[in-house]
Design a protein around this ligand. Structure first.
Ligand code: ADP
Ligand code: MG
Length: 238
């Protein structure tokens, strides 16, 4: 069974058709990248997967369950956005533990989970700092830490690296790849950066104007682009 099934999803805002019958299925442990230029509908599709917005038509299923029919707490999804929205008055540790705290997880267990996430992200030495004392890359790691401790079935990332400088972007790319390998979770990752897509993905969906132009593994997308648009967008030689 597929972990994530996006089944003929359409989304319209008034007369504007932002997603046109998008269908994508991925398995457990897949790293799906939604790749396309600004405005092609990537973030909208991610919101549909997260159940954050109504679907005009079609269905999203996670582990066989229709997302819109689940209450938010049963969705088992964690999201990381490009703006990190950490709580400024809390320490890194408190930021990471906050979600567990409101769910009533006992302190010792919270602490253990936060430690293990921090180790994984190499931010253990920063646990007692405030967000204002962190660099952009470190803040992004904390945001990922908050997502990891939830141990979700599905991670959603929306251009998480686009606010970082070029060098950091490359470092964080490696970090995310390592994280995926270590955790083995299923990830849907939005970017307009072709190289990011090619290095991270196990499956790439190249999008244009609310339509998936090609869905394949990165090598195939690069070597055998399905049309001229894909070839130009991924910068492949043909
Ligand atoms: P991407 O993430 O690929 O840059 P988006 O999914 O954010 O693209 O947007 C796709 C299209 O949908 C754009 O034309 C955008 O202007 C439009 N759009 C997004 N959200 C709304 C909204 N709430 N109301 C109207 N139009 C929207
Ligand atoms: Mg977007």
């Amino acid at each position: 069974m597929s972990t994530l099934e996006i089944d003929r999803v359409r989304k319209t805002y008034g007369n504007l058709e932002v997603l046109k019958e998008v269908s994508i299925s991925i398995g457990t442990g897949d790293f799906l990248v939604l790749l396309g230029p600004s405005g092609c509908g990537k973030s909208t599709l991610l919101s549909m997967i997260a159940g954050l917005e109504n679907i005009s038509d079609g269905e999203v299923r996670i582990a066989g369950k229709v997302v819109n029919e689940l209450s938010p707490k049963d969705r088992d999804i964690a999201m990381v956005f490009q703006s990190y929205a950490l709580y400024p008055t809390m320490t890194v540790r408190q930021n990471i533990e906050f979600g567990m705290k409101i769910r009533g997880v006992p302190p010792a267990q919270r602490d253990k989970a936060a430690r293990s996430a921090a180790d994984l992200l190499q931010i253990t030495h920063l646990l007692d700092r405030k967000p204002s004392q962190l660099s952009g890359g470190q803040r992004q790691r904390v945001a990922m830490g908050r997502a990891i401790v939830r141990q979700p079935k599905l991670f959603l990332f929306d251009e998480p690296l686009s606010n970082l400088d070029a060098k950091l972007r490359v470092d964080m790319r490696t970090e995310i790849k390592r994280l995926h390998a270590r955790l083995g979770t299923t990830i849907v990752y939005v970017t307009h950066d072709q190289i990011e897509a090619m290095t991270l993905a196990t499956r790439v969906a190249v999008m244009k104007g609310g339509v998936v132009q090609q869905l394949d593994d990165p090598q195939t997308v690069y070597d055998r682009p399905g049309n001229v648009y894909v070839a130009k967008f991924v910068g492949s030689p043909s």
